[in-house]
Design a protein around this ligand. Structure first.
Ligand code: FMN
Length: 186
């Protein structure tokens, strides 16, 4: 394919006092430094989708953003060993627009770094015909990993982010070409 891949970064937490923007902004800066991507942000706080999964203008806007995307990253916190309900609603609100596209995860939380939430997400995205990339960015005790400017000194996370983005490029290009060559048998 010609040109950059369209990457949509979804921000899962919608809590009023959420830490999510610190993690998401760092990751978006990292992604935007990569010329292989044209990176957008879908903050679920500002794109409220009906929890009863009914159709709404926001659902249609969300559908169109997803349809134009080649790859996704979910920035997710962990609540009680699961991921935020807002993200489940997002995954359930549309259908075809997810299919045959890759997704990576940036997680954060307490001691587990959100990894339990990510393992649950891998099961869910497989059901909606997505490919989850192996590399994961994870921040345990997240608030201690960022300075006042929103930068991190967590070398493992910095390295993982670059690897994850490279895997998204590979899968994003491969699946974009495959979708162009014929309909996905979903
Ligand atoms: C209801 C609730 C449950 C939580 N459960 C977990 C948990 O199971 N594992 C964990 O590592 N952190 C847990 N935490 C800590 C959160 O991961 C941490 O507060 C994080 O900052 C939440 O993301 P947010 O501030 O962007 O919403 C929990 C926090 C809340 C509010």
């Amino acid at each position: 394919m010609d040109g950059p891949l369209r990457l949509e970064v979804m921000v899962a937490s919608i809590r009023p006092q959420r830490f999510a923007p610190v993690v998401a902004d760092w990751f978006v800066r990292t992604a935007r430094a990569r010329p292989e991507f044209d990176t957008g942000v879908i903050d679920l706080l500002h794109a409220p989708l009906p929890p009863d999964l009914s159709e709404s203008p926001e659902t249609e806007d969300f559908r169109q953003r997803l349809a134009a995307a080649d790859a996704f990253v979910a920035v997710t916190s962990e609540y009680n060993h699961g991921y935020p309900a807002s993200l489940k609603t997002a995954l359930d609100s549309v259908k075809h627009e997810w299919r045959a596209k890759p997704i990576g995860f940036v997680s954060y939380g307490g001691l587990s770094g959100g990894l339990r939430a990510v393992e649950q997400l891998r099961q869910v995205v497989a059901e909606i015909h997505m490919v989850s990339v192996r590399e994961t960015v994870s921040f345990h005790r997240a608030r201690k990993q960022f300075d006042a400017d929103g930068n991190t000194g967590d070398g493992a996370a910095i390295d993982a982010a670059e690897r994850m983005l490279s895997q998204l490029v590979w899968w994003g290009r491969a699946l974009s070409a495959a979708r162009a060559s014929g309909p996905y048998p979903g």
